[in-house]
Design a protein around this ligand. Structure first.
Ligand SMILES: Nc1ncnc2c1ncn2[C@@H]1O[C@H](COP(=O)(O)OP(=O)(O)OP(=O)(O)O)[C@@H](O)[C@H]1O
Ligand SMILES: [Mg+2]
Length: 1010
């Protein structure tokens, strides 16, 4: 037996930018030299990491497309790695190994859309590893015909949600999928999986086509996302060498793994419900197995390798650390926005590289059996002849031996003819299928049809539903011969009607059925044009292909899944690009907005599906996409990071939750699981109930942030009071309420300061005590309460160096509640940084919504210093005893302060002296002053002006907020107009007064000094 240790070989491949990445102006952060790849952190370009692998493939640039659509290197010998060169390195090796009788495995790993299927299966003219491998396999079988007889068995399965689906089985499927069993000799295998004998590469291709078709319909029926499923193709090769009377058998496993992205990439918060257990159980376990094996390889003690914890790892046991020669191809997106995922793929691949396998040439157990049977027959024959020679009468024994011989012969025959029989059956089946395919091709040339478009490009264009002349019922029902059956979420029994009459196709929705054409919901009969986009039910997407005469040379590939969703978003008013009224951007779209837009169109169909599941399961909740922070900014006025969130509302008591993108995606998966269980149970008439705390549609209620308002602090630096009516804006720009707030500079006892205390130069505050109060008086017009009266609100805010927010007490059931909340802050020695903060920042006042049954928000005051009179101390000097640096800093700070004090007293002495000198000079000049400075007088006049302007501004705010009530009738409007003009009058009078006072003062000063 030939046994040797060999490591898993690892290749990495980087694909071209896709449309999204090009639109977003992405940068390529991957560079390669042979066998080594470097990735750069887009936020820190100095941070680069390099990895070495057995093979690296640059498929990012330097290519051209020939007439057949095949990608080739731009220049002969260019660095672009096309499908041929990848096959040359990886495929040939696998072929070689399997011909020698080794098991071989090829795994494709990488995030969704990174090119796994492209490398494995390929697209169009760019055939991937699997079809090329099959071609070459049958070629070498033909070449070696003289020395060996070969049998190839093909099987194709999918693992979704820990269920095994046989992709070659066409009957109705048992719930729960196929079982994985274990046998001592065979290891793990799938019980009852269809394995089809094949003799040509065309047959294999035909089977793969069938498998893809099954995968596509399974994905729509089960409302499943194909990039979460693993696809496993197995080729079993048996070689019978009659001369040597040996048999070699090898299994080739070709695995297109599920997208590797981590669902919780945002990483911010954990969901109450665990990540959908099976969401990627197989992938996580694969990772754990690989890690454990990598540890084994470096000599670490590993107690347990968790093969048994998932279906995938059971089936790949021999590929990983066992009897197989294994290759992994890790695929990467080159774009900066995929940095985290690409880095994680590279780390994963690096670990896989260390795994050591022990591959052996396999002797077929069937062949061994035949050998054993033959040996037994020889023994039996010998005994027979001995019995004959002995001439004794032993008829009983002879009879028994003869029986045994016949039995053995039959068994040998059975083993040998099994292949023939199987082959005959398979050929019949394949012929039938081939006839269907030919028929389909013919139909495509004659009739209009609809073509499925899937999120996974690999599954797009697989299903074609023909609309022949006459009237066709579309829906779940397939009872009549004139019906087109579509199963999927939100598809009704009878959903719509296609009519093909007078060389025109129309579509008419049945009442209550959701039908969207080119982004717009339709209710009436609509004429379809070639390449129209149809969405039936929640998210069954099809492209309409018109009559052959209507078709040009156009390519349907440009109408991909993203196109459908973007079109739908545009109809909702969310779009990017050149439309002037664009709600998300302008011509030069900001990449962060673009990312939000793509998230939006990614989540949009998922939200529709969640809503449909909620309706069907009677969950009474509704989901809606929102863009977080579309209009909001931070305390400096800078835009906040925009993100997608999902608003969840119960229809009955109007409870509301906001879910992050990651949480929604996780919940959606759990909902799908629940929905499928429900569907199965419904068929078995045994509808289960779910405990509420396990329900993905439910969460305990919690306070919800409704919006924010900014109270700018600049006036405090001048010790000028401020009264504002602030607009509280929701994250998408809706007015949630008006908040009346004040900033009151005060004494240490809380008495408001007078006009005389207004400062002209804020730096005078430095090193001195500053007291002020933040007053939140009232909230008006709370939309949150107007929507449902059983709710309440609180306002929270953080100031300067307070790390925890403070909250007002909760107020309930009132649209215009009085808050009457006053907090006194003091800084004992105002620092430059506090001064900078006051001059450039705002307090962000957060309006929180409370709902029936949720806990109120409380201020954590642990880290705050509060005096006995309830004053909060801010601008605390740093702790003096924390490390020598702080110590040094604070001692030099003290020295500086002392110096400052000294300079101040020196300054006031100098001022006094100056005054003295001036007086002396005046006396000498006969009592008349020589134009002494008028600054002080101007300053006083300005102070008065500033102060009076504060109330004018408040008046202006009042005027701005003054709006007619939503329900007002004509009388109400008249009253509003009267009130408006009164306010206007007041405002202009006050303004006039202030300005003329300033004019008078200035005139007086000029008179006095001129
Ligand atoms: N090397 C490449 N050259 C050209 N195009 C590529 C390459 N790799 C991938 N693509 C294109 O990128 C798109 C996504 O690739 P693919 O379907 O292979 O992704 P995937 O990794 O299988 O994703 P999923 O996990 O969703 O199945 C396809 O349209 C494919 O044509
Ligand atoms: Mg794929």
């Amino acid at each position: 037996m030939d046994m040797q240790k060999d490591c898993v070989r690892v290749a990495v491949r980087v694909r071209p930018f896709n449309k999204r990445e090009r639109d977003a102006g992405s940068r390529c952060i991957i560079s390669m030299v042979p066998s080594s790849i470097t990735i750069q952190d887009p936020r820190d370009p100095q941070n680069r990491r390099s990895f070495c692998f057995d093979y690296t493939y640059w498929s990012h640039s330097g290519f051209i497309q020939d007439d057949t659509g095949k990608y080739l290197p731009e220049d002969a010998g260019g660095r672009y790695a096309d499908q041929d060169s990848v096959f040359h390195d990886l495929g040939e090796g696998i072929l070689e190994n399997s011909l020698q009788g080794y098991n071989a495995t090829l795994l494709a790993y990488g995030q969704t859309g990174s090119g796994k299927s492209y490398s494995m299966m390929g697209y169009g003219a760019n055939k991937g590893l699997v079809p090329k491998l099959c071609e070459r396999l049958f070629e070498s079988i033909r070449e070696n015909q003289d020395t060996r007889r070969c049998q190839v068995f093909f099987s194709m399965l999918e693992i979704y949600n820990e269920q095994v689906i046989d992709l070659l089985f066409r009957g109705s499927r048992a719930a729960g999928g196929l079982r994985v069993r274990e046998e001592q000799n065979r290891g793990f295998y799938v019980e009852g999986l269809r394995t089809v004998p094949c003799e040509t590469a065309q047959q294999v291709e035909q089977l793969m086509e069938q498998g893809t078709r099954t995968r596509t319909t399974a994905a729509t029926h089960m409302n499943a996302n194909s990039s979460r499923s693993h696809m496993l193709i197995s080729l079993q090769l048996k070689q019978i060498f009659s001369k040597e009377s040996t048999t070699k058998q090898s299994n080739i496993n070709l695995v297109d793994l599920a997208g590797s992205e981590r669902q919780r990439s945002s990483g911010s918060e954990a969901d109450r419900l665990k990540e959908g257990l099976a969401i990627n159980l197989s992938l996580t376990t694969l990772g754990n197995v690989i890690s454990a094996l990598a540890d084994v390889a470096v000599g670490k003690k590993v107690v347990h390798i968790p093969y048994r914890e998932s279906i995938l790892t059971k089936l790949l046991q021999s590929a990983l650390g066992g009897n197989s020669r294994t290759v992994m191809i890790a695929t990467l997106s080159p774009a900066d926005i995929c940095y985290e995922e690409s880095l994680s793929t590279l780390r994963y691949a690096e670990r896989a590289k260390r795994i050591q396998n022990r591959a052996v040439v396999n002797e077929s157990p069937t062949e061994r059996l035949v050998k054993e049977l033959k040996a037994e027959n020889a023994r039996l024959l010998q005994r027979l002849s001995r019995l004959g020679q002995e001439g004794r009468r032993a008829s009983d024994e002879t009879k028994e031996i003869r029986q045994l011989l016949t039995h053995n012969e039959l068994q040998i025959k059975a083993i040998q003819t099994l292949w023939e029989q199987h082959l005959q059956e398979a050929l019949k089946d394949l012929e039938e299928q081939y006839a269907n395919i030919t028929k389909e091709r013919r139909m495509m040339q004659m009739h209009p049809y609809i073509l499925n478009i899937n999120e996974d490009t690999q599954l797009s264009g697989v299903v074609k539903l023909f609309i022949q002349e006459g009237e066709w019922d579309v829906g779940r029902s397939d009872s009549s011969p004139k019906s087109i059956s579509i199963k999927g979420l939100g598809i009704q029994e009878h959903h719509a009607v296609f009519r093909n009459e007078q060389r025109r196709v129309t579509l008419t929705p049945v009442a209550g059925a959701k039908v969207i054409v080119n982004g717009n919901t339709i209710c009436q009969t609509t004429v379809l044009k070639h390449m129209d986009r149809l969405i039936l039910g929640s998210n069954c997407t099809y492209l309409f292909i018109g009559f052959p005469s209507e078709r040009g040379g156009d390519d349907w590939n440009s109408y991909d899944y993203d196109y459908f969703q973007a079109e739908l978003a545009t109809a909702e008013g969310i779009h990017i690009g050149d439309q002037s009224e664009s709600s998300l951007g302008s011509n030069q779209t900001d990449p962060s907005l673009l990312a939000v837009f793509y998230d939006y169109i990614k989540l949009m169909p998922m939200v529709t599906e969640a809503n449909q599941m909620s309706r069907e399961l009677n969950k009474g909740v509704e989901f809606k996409l929102e863009i977080k922070n579309l209009v909001l900014s931070d305390s400096k006025g800078h835009d906040l990071k925009k993100d997608i969130a999902v608003r969840v509302t119960t229809l009955g008591n109007k409870q509301v939750w906001m879910w992050s993108k990651a949480k929604f995606i996780n919940r959606k998966f759990l909902m799908e699981e629940m929905y499928q269980q429900h569907q199965t149970a419904q068929r078995e008439e045994n509808v289960p109930t779910f405990a509420r705390d396990q329900d993905p549609f439910w969460d305990p209620v919690e306070p919800l942030i409704l919006g924010t308002a900014h109270l700018w602090l600049q006036t405090l630096a001048f010790r000028i009071p401020l009264e504002e009516q602030l607009e509280v804006l929701g994250s998408e720009g809706t007015e949630e309420a008006i908040l009346q707030a004040q900033l009151v500079p005060c004494s240490s006892t809380g008495l408001p300061l007078s006009e005389d205390d207004i400062l002209i130069d804020p730096s005078e505050l430095l090193g001195r005590r500053l007291d002020f109060q933040v007053v939140l008086e009232q909230c008006c017009g709370l939309r949150w309460i107007r929507e449902a009266h059983n709710r309440g609100v609180q306002v929270g805010f953080k100031l300067f160096d307070c790390s925890q927010p403070m909250y007002t007490p909760a107020v309930w059931h009132n649209i215009n509640p009085l808050l009457d909340h006053r907090v006194h802050f003091a800084s004992l020695q105002t620092s430059q940084s506090l001064l900078d903060y006051l001059q450039s920042s705002a307090v962000v006042l957060e309006l929180w919504g409370l709902q029936d049954g949720c806990a109120e928000l409380t201020s954590t005051l642990d880290e705050m210093i509060m005096t006995s009179d309830g004053i909060f101390i801010i601008d605390k000097p740093g702790p003096a005893d924390s490390g020598s640096l702080d110590c040094d800093l604070s001692s030099s700070f003290r020295v500086l302060q002392r110096e400052l004090e000294e300079m101040r007293s020196l300054n006031s002495l100098l001022k006094k002296e100056n005054q003295n000198l001036r007086e002396q000079l005046a006396a000498r000049n006969g009592g008349c002053s020589v134009r002494p400075s008028c600054d002080a007088d101007f300053a006083r006049a300005l102070k008065i002006f500033y102060h009076s302007m504060t109330s004018v501004r408040a008046q202006l705010q009042r005027l701005r907020r003054h709006r007619p009530s939503e329900e007002s009738d004509l009388l109400g409007l008249r009253f509003f107009v009267d009130e408006q003009s009164r306010l206007m009058r007041n405002f202009s009078e006050q303004l006039e007064e202030c300005v003329s006072k300033l004019k008078q003062d200035v005139a007086a000063i000029i008179c006095e000094y001129s």
